[in-house]
Ligand binder design. Structure first.
Ligand SMILES: Cc1cc2nc3c(=O)[nH]c(=O)nc-3n(C[C@H](O)[C@H](O)[C@H](O)COP(=O)(O)OP(=O)(O)OC[C@H]3O[C@@H](n4cnc5c(N)ncnc54)[C@H](O)[C@@H]3O)c2cc1C
Length: 399
C-alpha cells in the first residue's frame, strides 16, 4: 500500500486534516482502530459558534441545542451569567458528537480521502531514521502502509508522537480525569451551559451540565489527576446529580470515563511527520475544550501537507509552516490559558466566591479572558500585580 499521506485516527483532528490534504489532490488514507467513527462518545459536546464561518459542517443534524449563554457557579452558589450578547461567539452549540465526527469524516471522504476502520497503527516504518509510513494491524492481519508523510491524530493517549521522537508524556497535574453521563428525564429547559467550580465539587476542574433538548443533558466532571484517586470523579459527579433538583430523577443512557490533556502544547513537526489535535495537546488548559483547535489546526495541517506533497518536500523545514501558523492562530492563547490554570489552582474556594461575587453584576461587553481580567482588576486593583503578565499576553492576542 502506498499513499502520499497516512493519517492515524479518524477523530475531528484526523478527519479535518485528511479533508484538506485530499482537497489539494494528494492521495490520503485515514486509519481508525474503532469500528465506527465518533463512537463511543466521550465529550461534553460543547463548541463555540465561531465554527459557523469555517465551512466544516453542513446542515444541522449534528446540533443538539443552540445555547443562549453560559452560567458559572462558584462554590457557594453565586452565579455569573454570560448571556449570548455578552458572551458573543463563545456560547455556542451542544452537539451530537457522534454525528459531528461522522460529518467531518464524510467531508474528508467526499474530498477523496480513503478511510479504513478496525485498523490500528502499531508502529512507524523507518528507513535510515526517516519516517516512511505506518505499521498497521487489522484483526489478525499485520501490514505496512507506505507514505511520504504520517499524521498523528490519535488523541489524548497518543503513542504516535512518541514513536516519532516527540515527548508527549503528560504529568498528572496536566491531565483531567473525566466521567460523563448522558442523562434523560432531566429538567434542563434553559438553553444555558452551566459550569460548577469548587474544591469539593471538582478539585482542579469543574462539573458541567449542557442541555441537549428539553429532557436530556450531557453532565460530566473533570478533576485534575494529581488531585484525584481511583473512582473519585464518578463519586463526586453522582453526589452532585443526587443533590441537583433538575437532575436527580435522571437516568443515564450513556456513561463513560476518560481523560483530557490540560498541558502546554508540544512540538508538532518532524521530517515526514505532523501531530495534530489532542495528540499535540492542542486543548484549552482552562476548559479542556479541544474541538475548535482540531478544526483550525487540522485545516492548517492539511493545507501545508498538500503544499509539501506538490513540492515533493517532506522536510521538517517545509512542514514547519504548520507549527508557525497554528501557534499564531491559537498557540499563544493556549499558553496564556495554561498560566491562568496555574493561578486558578492556587485559589481556594473563598477566593472563587469573592471573585464570583464581584463579577456577578458586571456588564461584560464580550466574553474574553482579557475582559474578565479587566473586570477583576477594576474591582480589586491589588490583583494587578499578579495578573499583569496575563493582561500583557491577552492584549497581544486580543482575547
Ligand atoms: C470527558 C470529556 C469532555 C470533553 N468535552 C469537550 C467539550 O465539551 N468541548 C470541546 O471542545 N472539547 C471537549 N473535550 C475534548 C475533545 O473531546 C477533544 O479535544 C477531541 O476529541 C480531540 O480530537 P482528536 O481528533 O484530537 O482526538 P480523538 O477525538 O480522541 O480521536 C482520536 C482517534 O484516534 C483513534 N486512534 C487512537 N490510537 C490509534 C491507533 N493506534 N491506530 C488507529 N487509530 C487510533 C481513536 O480511536 C480516535 O478515534 C472533552 C474531552 C473529554 C474526555
Amino acid at each position: 500500500m502506498k499513499y502520499d499521506v497516512v493519517v492515524i485516527g479518524a477523530g475531528p483532528a484526523g478527519c479535518v486534516t485528511a479533508r484538506f490534504v485530499a482537497e489539494t489532490g494528494a492521495k490520503v488514507l485515514i486509519i481508525e482502530r474503532r469500528q465506527e467513527v465518533g463512537v463511543p462518545v466521550l465529550c461534553g459536546e460543547g463548541i463555540s459558534r465561531k465554527i459557523d464561518s469555517w465551512d466544516m459542517l453542513e446542515g444541522d443534524r449534528w446540533i443538539a441545542g443552540r445555547m443562549d449563554g453560559a452560567r458559572i457557579y462558584s462554590p457557594d452558589g453565586t452565579m455569573v451569567k454570560l448571556s449570548a450578547d455578552m458572551a458573543g461567539n463563545e456560547t455556542g452549540y451542544v452537539v451530537y458528537r457522534d454525528i459531528f465526527d461522522q460529518e467531518l469524516a464524510r467531508r474528508a471522504v467526499k474530498a477523496g480521502a480513503k478511510l479504513m476502520l478496525n485498523t490500528m497503527a502499531v508502529g512507524l516504518i523507518k528507513e535510515k531514521n526517516k519516517i516512511k509510513g505506518v505499521k498497521a494491524k487489522r484483526f489478525d492481519e499485520k501490514f505496512d502502509i507506505h507514505a511520504n508523510i504520517v499524521v498523528g491524530a490519535d488523541g489524548v493517549e497518543s503513542k504516535v508522537g512518541q514513536w516519532a521522537g516527540i515527548d508527549t508524556c503528560l504529568k498528572t497535574k496536566d491531565l483531567e480525569t473525566c466521567a460523563q453521563y448522558t442523562l434523560t428525564n432531566v429538567d434542563c429547559k434553559d438553553a444555558y451551559c452551566d459550569f460548577y467550580l469548587g474544591k469539593h465539587i471538582a478539585p482542579g476542574g469543574y462539573i458541567w451540565v449542557f442541555p441537549k433538548g428539553k429532557d436530556v443533558a450531557n453532565v460530566g466532571i473533570g478533576i485534575l489527576a494529581s488531585l484525584s484517586k481511583p473512582g473519585l470523579a464518578k463519586k463526586l459527579l453522582d453526589k452532585f446529580i443526587e443533590n441537583d433538583p433538575r437532575l436527580k430523577k435522571g437516568e443515564p443512557i450513556r456513561f463513560l470515563a476518560g481523560a483530557v490533556p490540560v498541558a502546554n502544547p508540544v512540538e508538532t513537526v518532524r521530517d515526514n511527520f505532523i501531530l495534530v489535535g489532542d495528540s499535540a495537546r492542542q486543548v484549552d488548559p482552562i476548559t479542556g475544550g479541544g474541538l475548535t483547535h482540531c478544526l483550525e489546526g487540522g485545516k492548517i495541517a492539511g493545507e501545508v501537507i498538500g503544499k509539501a506533497v506538490k513540492q515533493k518536500d517532506y522536510s521538517k523545514e517545509m512542514l514547519s509552516e504548520y507549527e508557525t501558523k497554528w501557534k499564531k492562530a491559537f498557540g499563544k492563547k493556549l499558553k496564556r490559558n495554561y498560566m491562568v490554570k496555574e493561578i486558578m489552582l492556587d485559589m481556594d474556594d473563598k477566593t472563587f466566591n469573592m471573585l464570583a461575587d464581584s463579577l456577578k453584576d458586571y456588564k461584560f461587553e464580550e466574553l474574553s479572558t482579557l475582559s474578565l481580567i479587566t473586570a477583576l482588576v477594576k474591582k480589586h486593583p491589588t490583583l494587578l500585580i499578579k495578573l499583569r503578565p496575563l493582561m500583557k499576553v491577552s492584549k497581544e492576542i486580543k482575547e
